[in-house]
Design a protein around this ligand. Structure first.
Ligand SMILES: [Zn+2]
Length: 425
């Protein structure tokens, strides 16, 4: 694959545009994905200039462009992982074993494990440590088709260490092939030193952390873990409102283990997205739909925690909510970096169709990180983030779970992963 500025990707059997209006194919199941058959895409200066039927393509302006033969396979928009905690230190495989043997997640947390185990590891780590492990994780993600990832702080839980995590993300933004979107999550858990002074910790998040993060322009979003036993609905409302005052767009972890009114808080503060939602109330989901909050479903957590309980994706889709699906990549409950694996879980266990899942990892996921104008679909004017798969049909992605099917990844018009070149070298 040549390193040209201009690129034409031709001989695409199925071009998944994620723009339903562009649908031009024989198989109606691909309608929501806007599939174009026998397609080609032309890219210039990192931007998609043209996408459509190959027979309609006028290549006069692209005579000198680099060419990539998609070999009759499938091309998707770069995948967007809308919810991760991919910057962390230390791993927690022993806790995983404890859960396999029957100890509940919240009990492990009470015994000093859980999020606070990662907090002590992150507090001991330097920015360099966080950057070098973060780069490796992001490199693994790009090989699986992820071109954009939202990453949350929340393992520092003090002004100093939250800022340190976000500074690591700022460097990853410059150094990684995956585009990083930073979220401030100072309200991920109460640190041990504030275990019995919870409102005091909320004061610190609101009065010290949020202003410090905003002043340094380190984050785009502010998130809260609103859950029974963690941050209450009223504490969450306070934190997210304060974040908004400082220009941080609200996100929320909502109703993961129990219903705590978090979906309603999401709607009330106008959250861009709400994650988890396994126990969200119907009235909460309706309020989210009216507020335009994207539901971000995280089925990897159910697998990581060994529970066959999943959010009711069918209900949400049938209600007309925007549904995205993400990894929740984190060292505690969801140690998975592959959206491709997640696509299989979403189909098999949440009964989303392959088309709904791929839309949930592209266009809907872009909406969940406020990037829908730039990424998440393949249409003229959007950023040229593309994934070439060596598969015969889009349904093959969830069907072959864990399969090695990504052939090349293009970010902003540049080839950032090329399996063929690696095999040849
Ligand atoms: Zn999370």
């Amino acid at each position: 694959l040549p390193p040209h500025d201009d690129l034409v990707i031709h001989n695409i059997r199925q071009l998944i545009t994620s723009e339903p209006d562009l649908f031009n194919a024989s198989d109606d199941a691909g309608r929501p994905l806007g599939i174009i058959e026998d397609a080609c895409v032309a890219v210039s200066d990192g931007i998609i200039k043209w996408a459509g039927r190959q027979s309609d393509f006028d290549d006069s302006a692209f005579r000198d462009a680099g060419r990539i033969d998609a070999a009759g396979h499938v091309v998707l928009p770069g995948l967007v992982d809308a919810h991760t905690h991919a910057v962390f230190a230390g791993t927690r495989e022993r806790e995983y074993e404890m859960r396999v043997l029957g100890t509940a997640y919240m009990d492990i947390a009470r015994q000093g494990g859980g999020i606070n185990a990662t907090v002590s590891a992150v507090r001991q780590a330097s920015v360099d440590d966080l950057v070098s492990t973060g780069l490796k994780r992001l490199d693994a993600m790009v090989r699986k088709g992820t071109t954009t990832a939202e990453i949350k702080s929340g393992y520092g839980l003090s002004v100093e260490h939250e800022i340190k995590m976000l500074e690591a993300m700022r460097r990853l933004k410059e150094e990684a092939e995956v585009e990083v979107i930073p979220t401030f999550l100072g309200a991920h858990e109460f640190p041990p030193e504030y275990k019995d002074r919870r409102d005091r910790y909320v004061d610190i998040v609101c009065d010290e952390m949020i202003p410090a993060v905003a002043e340094r322009r380190l984050a785009e979003f502010c998130d809260v873990f609103c859950e029974k036993g963690v941050f209450t609905a009223s504490q969450s409302r306070r934190i997210l409102s304060k974040g908004k005052d400082y220009g941080l767009k609200p996100k929320i972890h909502a109703d993961e283990f129990a219903e705590s009114g978090a979906a309603l808080v999401a709607a009330e503060v106008g959250a861009v997205s709400a994650g988890h939602l396994g126990f969200a109330s119907r009235v909460g989901l309706e309020a989210m739909r009216e507020a335009g909050t994207v539901a971000v479903l995280l089925p990897g957590v159910s697998v990581g925690l060994g529970k066959l309980e999943f959010a009711d994706a069918r209900l949400m889709l049938d209600m007309g909510l925007d549904v995205a699906v993400a990894t929740d990549f984190n060292p505690g409950s969801s140690m998975v970096d592959s959206l491709l694996v997640i696509s299989s879980l979403a189909c098999s266990f949440m009964k989303m169709t392959p088309a709904e899942v791929l839309l949930a990892m592209t266009k809907k996921a872009a909406r969940a990180v406020s990037r829908e104008a730039a990424i998440g679909s393949i249409t003229a004017g959007k950023q040229a983030d593309l994934v070439l798969f060596s598969i015969p049909d889009f349904r093959y992605i969830p069907y072959h779970f864990g399969g090695d099917m990504v052939r090349a990844v293009i970010k902003k018009g540049r080839v950032v992963f090329n399996r063929d070149a690696q095999e040849a070298s």
